[in-house]
Ligand binder design. Structure first.
Ligand code: FA5
Length: 336
């Protein structure tokens, strides 16, 4: 037994100088002193020895235990005292990258749209989310109790105060402020008490455009929207205009872009039509000009309002509008 203790001491003395990092020191501790360690094993076996032998072996084993313990303590002390770059740290390894946030795909889309229209000469204008009935409806030629109001399921705050249902009230606010020529776009959040599905949300974003001057025509509207579609989706995108109705434009159209998912052949996303509705547009109704004191005999203008989510769905090939609001990292990372 004494022989074994001596061999262990020699093994420990030989191994200690090589244990220069925390991991190697811990390995020594486990090998000699842990519950199943070699020194612990000897100490445990003392009970089975004859009384005289026990005394001698016990003494030697305890000395070895102390030697190992103090050797390990010293090695740990030394390790702590060493400067960090000598502690076997590979300082050439690249550091851990901090987590970097990105812009939400809707914000990225909005910024792209703003850039395209700014290069065409449109300025930016903004209006409030909490809006007066006068701006959201009345000045836009929605008479009281007119059924067109039912198209917008409105969240009312008070009788004449509401969450705007579209960005069109900013047209009125802008024309009250500026004299023609006026060329603005107004991005923003809008609210409708809608049934939510793959292409409808209750809170979503629109971008409104307004151009008023002498001799602005429907051809200018079509050319502007077609140029916009091509800047976003390339020369092959199709743009379709169909008659529609809005109280504040006459004539009015709805416009659609060919479906980016199937190239216009028809698929689940475009409900097999090959087209995705992007927005409404038209020539500003003379009634709206009268409400803001513009002379309808002298000025004409076009306006359009498009859904930013619809464009983002096409750009990033996202088949369901609800993904934008779930903050799933797979979507946020894939679109950044
Ligand atoms: C309007 O809101 C008009 N203010 C647009 C307009 C502006 C017409 C200027 C004429 C002149 P509409 O309700 O169709 O129109 O909405 C316009 C676009 O917003 C739609 O084509 C669609 O892209 C988007 N949109 C409408 N409802 C939702 C919804 N619930 N969720 C997501 N996008 C929507």
């Amino acid at each position: 037994m004494l022989e074994r203790i001596r061999a262990l001491r020699e093994a420990f003395d030989a191994a200690l100088p090589a244990a220069t990092d925390a991991e190697a020191i811990e390995a020594l501790r486990v090998r000699f002193l842990a519950r199943k360690g070699e020194v612990t094993g000897i100490l445990r076996g003392l009970g089975q020895l004859a009384a005289e032998e026990r005394k001698e072996v016990g003494k030697a084993a305890n000395e070895l235990r102390q030697r190992v313990q103090s050797g390990i303590d010293q090695a740990l002390e030394q390790l702590k005292a060493q400067p960090a770059d000598e502690r076997h740290v590979d300082i050439t390894l690249p550091g851990r990258r901090p987590w970097r946030g990105g812009l939400h795909p809707l914000r990225q889309t909005e910024l792209r749209l703003i850039e395209i229209f700014q290069t065409m000469g449109f300025d930016l204008a903004y209006g409030p989310d909490v809006e007066l009935d006068d701006y959201n409806f009345k000045a836009l030629n929605f008479p009281d109790d007119h059924p067109a109001r039912d198209l917008h399921d409105t969240f009312y705050i008070e009788k004449d105060v509401l969450l705007r249902t579209h960005t069109s009230p900013v047209q009125v606010r802008t024309m009250e402020r500026l004299k023609p020529p006026v060329r603005v776009i107004t991005p923003g959040r809008v609210y409708r008490c809608e049934t939510i599905d793959a292409s409808h949300a209750a809170v979503f974003h629109q971008l409104e455009g307004l151009y008023v001057d002498e001799r602005v025509s429907m051809a200018d509207l079509k050319g502007t929207l077609a140029a916009f579609a091509r800047s976003l989706f390339g020369a092959r995108v199709g743009v379709r205009f169909r008659p529609d109705f809005f109280p504040f434009t006459e004539p009015s159209v709805e416009f659609a872009f060919s479906c980016a998912f199937c190239g216009g052949k028809g698929c689940r996303v475009c409900k097999n039509s090959g087209w995705i509705e992007i927005g409404g547009a038209g020539m500003v109704d003379p009634e709206v000009f009268r409400a803001v004191d513009y002379d309808p005999e002298r000025f004409t203008g076009f306006a359009f309002g498009l859904g930013i989510e619809r464009i983002a769905m096409l750009l990033y090939e996202i088949p369901d509008i609800r993904f934008f609001f779930e903050n799933d990292l797979r979507l946020l990372e894939a679109t950044w």
